[in-house]
Unconditional design. Structure first.
Length: 129
């Protein structure tokens, strides 16, 4: 049995107490956060040459030898050929940006929904815990 001398908060959990007049009603908590997508952008890629440099820098000269990396690169290249700009975004669980944390720790489906609602298309990489 845990004995606490007060309320605690650590990296995995926190505890608190709330009150309500109607405890049997299903309560819904809603969180709305607005953050500029640009706060997550690490690099902007506009040309095929910039994309090749990015993939070579990130994965080495032989990146095309690996099927998954080659497929990811080719998907990105199609977006550039279609006139799109690629934004390399970085997220993490230790970031103070709540959207970054949500994209990192949430599900892939939820992350893609957040991006889509912002008018962004997920193209390559990993999101979601």
């Amino acid at each position: 049995m845990k004995i606490r001398s007060g309320f605690v908060s650590n990296s995995s959990s926190s505890s608190f107490i709330v009150s309500t007049d109607k405890p049997d009603e299903g309560k819904t908590l809603t969180l709305t956060i607005t953050v500029k997508a640009s706060s997550l952008v690490e690099e902007t890629i506009r040309t095929a040459e910039e994309l090749l440099k990015y993939y070579t820098d990130m994965h080495g000269d032989g990146f095309m030898e690996y099927a998954d990396t080659r497929k990811e690169y080719e998907t990105c290249l199609k977006e550039i050929v279609a006139g799109k700009t690629l934004l390399v975004m970085e997220v993490g669980n230790e970031d103070s940006n709540p959207i970054s944390q949500a994209l990192y720790e949430g599900s892939e489906l939820a992350g893609k929904k957040i991006l889509k609602e912002a008018g962004l298309k997920f193209v390559a990489g990993y999101i979601g815990g």
